[in-house]
Design a protein around this ligand. Structure first.
Ligand SMILES: Cc1cc2nc3c(=O)[nH]c(=O)nc-3n(C[C@H](O)[C@H](O)[C@H](O)COP(=O)(O)OP(=O)(O)OC[C@H]3O[C@@H](n4cnc5c(N)ncnc54)[C@H](O)[C@@H]3O)c2cc1C
Length: 424
């Protein structure tokens, strides 16, 4: 039987960064398994590339700030650009709360500025419409944009350099557990994880999608069935984490929810005076629309309210652009009056009831950990979460980065929720 000292389920940005963080601490025998390490349907490959530390909860600020500092050290490799986040408000109560929470953010050194409506255009000449609807804005200069694929590749290359084994086309199907003799209460232990290795053909997009949306590998696609004995397991399956949790008797609170992004084309002559498209940082509109410059185009996303949970990867195409993206863009900025739809995509947010992630040892298991459900924050939180989890796994406690607020048991008591409201 195969064996891994630490078996990481899922090779998205969280599983990969954790593998590196563990290897950095001298852990050996680490193996990462994923159905598709290219990540065709992984959120890590389908996100918006935003990176900010301006959150409302200390644990999210601290993990994201540690990650931003790490990104800044590798700015060229990760195409990290501190272009800032401009957050526009049209609601007095939300604006007041944002201003009050600025104190917490600035205690962490974020330097968030409050802008009067009359100051917004000077900071962002793009915003030249609907200013009379706004009540103010915040500007966070340390936030910015990142190439998430470059970050994930870097984590992987570093991890492989330290001996971590990555197994592609390996799909987790089951788990064998035992009761720990003399353990407290009903403590159990993962003995082994069942994996099927799938034919190379299953790596084509349609077949992958069928597996990842139905959680079933057709018998004819299986080449090898393998049982991997392991001392430690970490669930880093992102939006699919509940599928594994259910195999060990945990009813998860996480839901997969589709999020869509469009790429927008603006003719050079249509940019309003003073706008430099090459320096366009993240702008978050009160309507829920967000945008930033993306190469020759503008990336614009919008989280449709009431989107039903499910493993849905269908991008609604021009309809989405015309009904949700373009009207909001043109409402706020004349530059978008005549813009065009290039293409777009859909990916999954792994959403918890308080919109914060889960990073913890799984209660009632001696050797099962989990790090997933980082909603729209997994890339910008990856370094901080990986360092915190590596400490927990190797020493039994958190050191410099304390992830304890992200425990799963908080969901039993809404007073312990880590609620994030500035969520896009
Ligand atoms: C549209 C959109 C925009 C976003 N924007 C941002 C942003 O601007 N900034 C930011 O920080 N975050 C953003 N996010 C969120 C971020 O992308 C995620 O939080 C992060 O990528 C999650 O990483 P992960 O490793 O947990 O999950 P994933 O990257 O989804 O990885 C999970 C992996 O598990 C594998 N898998 C699933 N089931 C199995 C199985 N049974 N066996 C083996 N392998 C399996 C999958 O193949 C996948 O590779 C966005 C997300 C979306 C969808």
């Amino acid at each position: 039987m195969a064996r891994a000292d630490v078996l990481i389920l899922g090779g998205g940005i969280i599983g990969t960064s954790l593998a590196w963080a563990l290897a950095q601490r001298g852990v050996s025998g680490i193996r990462v398994v994923d159905l598709d390490l290219a990540g065709v349907y992984a959120s890590s490959e389908l996100n918006a590339g935003g990176a900010r530390a301006t959150w409302w909860q200390p644990v999210n600020i601290e993990t994201c700030l540690a990650t931003l500092e790490f990104f800044a050290e590798h700015a060229d490799e990760f195409a990290f650009q501190q272009r800032g986040y401009l957050w526009l408000y049209d609601d007095d109560a939300l604006h007041e709360r944002a201003l009050a929470l600025r104190e917490l953010q600035n205690r962490h050194g974020l330097g968030v500025e409050a802008l009067e409506v009359g100051e917004i255009q000077a900071r962002a000449p793009l915003i030249d419409r609907g200013l009379d609807e706004l009540v103010g804005a915040t500007w966070s200069p340390r936030d910015g944009l990142i190439n998430p694929n470059a970050v994930r590749s870097w984590y992987r290359a570093q991890a492989e350099g330290l001996g971590v084994e990555f197994s592609n086309r390996h799909y987790v199907t089951g788990v064998e557990t035992s009761r720990v003799a003399g353990g407290a209460g009903e403590t159990r232990k993962i003995e082994a994880v069942d994996i099927v290795e799938v034919r190379a053909g299953v790596a084509d997009s349609e077949a992958l999608r069928r597996v990842l949306t139905t959680h079933h590998v057709p018998a004819e696609a299986i080449t090898v069935e393998e049982r991997i004995e392991t001392a430690t397991v970490v669930n880093c399956l992102g939006a699919w984490s509940p599928v594994f949790s259910s195999k060990v008797g945990i009813t998860d609170v996480t839901e997969p929810v589709r999020r869509q992004i469009s790429l927008v084309d603006v003719h050079a002559e249509d940019w309003a005076a003073g706008v430099d498209p090459a320096k366009l940082g993240m702008i978050v509109d009160p309507s829920g629309l967000y945008l930033h410059g993306e190469g020759a185009h503008v990336l614009a996303g919008y989280s449709t309210p009431g989107e039903a949970p499910g493993f849905d990867f269908d991008y609604d195409g021009r309809d989405f652009f015309e009904s949700e993206i373009w009207p909001r863009l043109a409402h706020r900025a004349s530059s978008f009056e005549r813009c065009g739809h290039v293409r777009g995509w859909a990916g999954l947010y792994a959403v918890t009831p308080d919109c914060s992630g889960i990073a913890d040892r799984v209660e009632s298991f001696a050797n099962l950990f989990e790090a997933h459900s980082f909603t729209g924050r997994g890339v910008m939180q990856s370094y901080g979460v990986a360092q915190g989890m590596a400490s927990l796994i190797t020493t039994g406690r958190f050191d410099a980065i304390d992830l304890s607020p992200l425990n799963r048991s908080r969901f039993a008591d809404p007073l312990k929720w880590v609620v994030e409201e500035l969520h896009i």
